[in-house]
Design a protein around this ligand. Sequence first.
Ligand code: PRT
Ligand code: ZN
Length: 286
Amino acid sequence: MKTTLKIAIQKSGRLNEDSIKILKESGIEFNNGLNKLKADAINFPLEVFFLRDDDIPQYVEDGVADIGIVGENVLFEKNKNVFIVDKLGFGKCKLSIAIPKNQKYNGIQDLNKKRIATSYSFLLTKFLKKNKINAEIHEISGSVEIAPSIGLADAVCDLVSSGSTLFTNGLKEVEVIFNSQAVLISNNKLQKEKQLILEKLLFRINSVKKSKNNKYILLNAPNENLDAICKILPGMKSPTILPLAEKGWSSVHSVVNENDFWEIIEKLKSKGAQGILVVPIEKMIV
Ligand code: PRT
Ligand code: ZN
């Protein structure tokens, strides 16, 4: 029988769409798992399991799934023995401690003797211990943010992304325990054939990730400034330069990183670049 790699992703919730998207953008076709536990990819040796995110680390540790996509927050809270293969750059959030916004906060020692509600008792215990804080942890599984207003706790430890949940519940963030994002995890003892499939998958995922961070740029430049313009554009190797029909002008093509993008555009304009076009890249193989 042909070897397939089994990947566990979230069935529904915040990581579901992006997990499916990164696989599909990697050219892997499968049904989306609506009312299904499992789907076979059509054109890649991959089986996709749709699970609750909380169960994914255990499934991967046990080898029921070979790999999985899960938030670091869940992974570290479950404290399973698996291997982080790659950070995926989506599902970003913070695990933070928050208190009622009208309360003064002079530092972490203010959490001493406080009751903190959380679904992350393992990570919170570790954090409090490290900081020598003696607080009472109330483990609750949902709607943590309402705990202070109903008198269940003095503070909360929960995930924060935009901060609007804290705001609407009259809370303010006072400590960030860590920053989290979705990661690709793997069982520690993958068979050789499965390891090879994982490497193929990783190669594709990285091409997709790289392409998202980069843009293809085309511009027209006066020939006398070409040297200066090429110095501004790093490109994958060096920029492509083609003569334009108009004498004394060339077309320059290159790849720029999203992070430096606006700075580079400013510099290009100052060197006389015109007709600048910026195009998204679908895949980038380097
Ligand atoms: O059903 P299942 O168990 O699979 O899903 P779930 O309900 O446990 O998790 P889900 O879908 O809510 O989140 C899945 C993962 O998304 C989390 O484990 C995180 O890794 C990641 N993630 C990213 C978040 C958030 N951002 C986030 N903001 N998970 C939850 N939240 C919640 C947070 O708990 C709080 O209630 O959103 C609220 C805060 O959001 P803001 O924007 O108001 O700050
Ligand atoms: Zn969950």
